[in-house]
Design a protein around this ligand. Structure first.
Ligand SMILES: [Zn+2]
Length: 270
């Protein structure tokens, strides 16, 4: 079985592709599926698992407008899929480029086959929406500016579970949204926002990486804050995710870091 339980009524599936986590929240008449997965095989496996559990998908949610959080498979059914209003607007703009498929394929290792035909077919929730509209436990939408426009983490309140999107990863350093006016400040504000709800959280599920508990959540907030502050202050971050301490197979995260240094230098030149 590809899905494993991470909290009461919450299951997750970890992809082979950069440890991407798809998350299932059990509701009254079916499940909410957050960031559905990467490859066709994985999404079909999730659909099969749900069938075995006699569950169907009644709602979907994409945490942010990056392709690896926007995928879907016909086997998962035709439930409404949501994102924030800003997320939906970003996707619409992305899909209006005739070459959008090429941009994704350029990003992918050749062995990873990704079904693109249902990518990004989401409905934007009206700005200011605080909960995912569905028949299940309250899922709070925590929208913030960091990593990508319209990024939202979801808090399954009664389960104490935070689905963090591309924040608070143990394998990826904070990845800034260079389209924003002040990506560093945005990121620090978002980390403060997570710290503000940390007391309600027992389980953290990042978009990529390992699931953690409450202590791990606080440690990752601190680790990410230290990384972003080092970028801000022009210091070399001492961070286990980059440099010689990076795990085998994750050396490319150091390239992401170098790219961010360049991006910041260009921004300050302007
Ligand atoms: Zn992302």
């Amino acid at each position: 079985m590809g899905l494993s339980q991470v909290a009461d009524g919450v299951l997750a599936h970890e992809s082979e592709f950069i440890k991407s986590n798809a998350v299932v929240v059990q509701g009254k008449a079916g499940v909410l599926l957050i960031d559905a997965g990467i490859t066709a095989d994985e999404m079909v496996a999730i659909a099969d698992d749900l069938r075995r559990l006699s569950q169907r998908v009644v709602a979907g949610f994409s945490t942010h407008p990056h392709w690896d959080h926007l995928l879907w498979h016909a086997e998962l059914g035709e439930a409404p899929r949501y994102g924030t209003a800003r997320c939906a607007a970003e996707i619409k703009a992305f899909l209006s480029d005739a070459h959008w498929r090429d941009h994704i394929v350029e990003d992918l290792p050749p062995e990873v086959e990704v079904p693109l035909n249902l990518l990004g077919l989401i409905t934007g929730l009206p700005a200011g929406t605080t909960q995912v509209p569905w028949d299940g436990p309250t899922v709070r939408v925590i929208e913030h500016q960091a990593h990508a426009a319209g990024h939202a983490a979801l808090l399954v309140e009664e389960r104490g579970v935070l689905v963090a999107g591309d924040m608070l990863s143990d394998v990826l350093v904070p990845m800034l949204d260079f389209s924003a006016a002040d990506p560093i400040e945005d990121y620090l504000v978002a980390l403060d926002l997570f710290e503000g709800v940390a007391g309600d959280i027992d389980v953290l599920i990042p978009g990529h990486g390992s699931v953690g508990g409450a202590d791990e959540l606080r440690a990752r907030i601190e680790q990410d804050r230290a990384y972003v502050r080092a970028l801000r202050d022009g210091q070399t971050p001492s961070d286990p995710r980059i440099g010689p301490s990076a795990k085998p197979g994750w050396e490319w995260v150091s390239d992401v870091h170098e790219g961010q240094l360049q991006g910041l230098a260009q921004k300050s030149d302007k």
